[in-house]
Design a protein around this ligand. Structure first.
Ligand SMILES: [Zn+2]
Ligand SMILES: [Zn+2]
Length: 259
């Protein structure tokens, strides 16, 4: 798989970090993992083949993860590059995505789902953290999802290619040790690490908690993301390495990883 970090940041406006989004190329198709408000233009900036995007995963309804979907659909209607597109676009993820898109649609009759190509919206019900929901994407990519302690609808996702390569993306989450079971043995674990220490809220992770999950899950590589501005002056990787001896990478916008 090939990953491009489009947004390593949060909802807080930041000059270097866009809101959450990752471009992922699998053996069967290209998808977005989350679609924060900046995503459409970030894909163009990274010279990615956005008109042929196959799927969009939305982890939860916070707008730094979902706010770019309507914007991208609106852009696709106007863009000559996607007007000739015929293949289906799948939007899948947490419960409520359809309602969000319909609410925006209803405000100004944008007809966001009325594209020259089919758009499928597929909502996935919450699943206990130790009993993942399972289904196939692109006939071949195994998907597992579990609820996370963040919002009632929020989901983590595990993708496995036919050759066994596995990626886990927690998106926003509070601490639950069982997340390590879900992420165990992945080739790449994209883990939120919102705060360094003394986190001000329960439903995000601080470094020590993130590294405890890493230690238990032992991914081949760990990517720390969803970085609030308080990280700006901190050497994230150096701090992380004090707590776990595995390979840790601090996400930044434009980072590319093949695994
Ligand atoms: Zn967020
Ligand atoms: Zn959130």
């Amino acid at each position: 798989m090939k990953l491009v970090v489009l947004g390593s940041g949060t909802s807080v406006p930041h000059s270097q970090r866009a809101s959450a989004a990752f471009w992922l190329e699998t053996e069967r198709g290209a998808m977005l993992l989350d679609c924060g408000g900046d995503t459409a233009h970030r894909m163009a900036q990274e010279n990615l083949d956005w008109p042929n995007l196959d799927a969009i995963w939305v982890s939860h309804l916070h707008l730094d993860h979902s706010g770019g979907v309507a914007n991208l659909l609106f852009g696709m209607k106007a863009a000559p590059k996607s007007r000739k597109r015929k293949k289906k676009l799948t939007i899948f993820g947490c419960e409520g995505i359809r309602k969000l898109l319909e609410a925006i649609d209803g405000t100004n009759n944008y007809e966001l789902l009325d594209q020259p190509f089919d758009v499928e919206v597929r909502e996935i019900a919450p699943a206990p953290i130790d009993a993942p929901a399972e289904f196939d994407l692109f006939s071949g990519i195994r998907i597992q999802t579990v609820s996370t302690p963040h919002k009632p609808e929020s989901l983590a996702i595990r993708l496995t290619e036919t050759n066994g390569t596995t990626l886990v993306y927690t998106s926003d989450t509070g601490y639950d040790e069982r997340l390590a079971d879900f992420a165990r043995g992945s080739n790449l674990l994209i883990l939120e690490c919102s705060f360094w220490r003394n986190k001000p809220v329960k439903h995000h992770l601080e470094l020590e908690e993130a590294m405890r999950i890493a230690q238990l899950a032992s991914p081949r590589r760990l990517l720390l993301t969803h970085l609030y501005p308080e990280w700006d002056e901190v050497d994230i990787e150096a701090e992380a390495k004090k707590l776990w001896s595995g390979e840790v990478v601090a996400a930044f916008d434009g980072l590319r990883i093949e695994f």
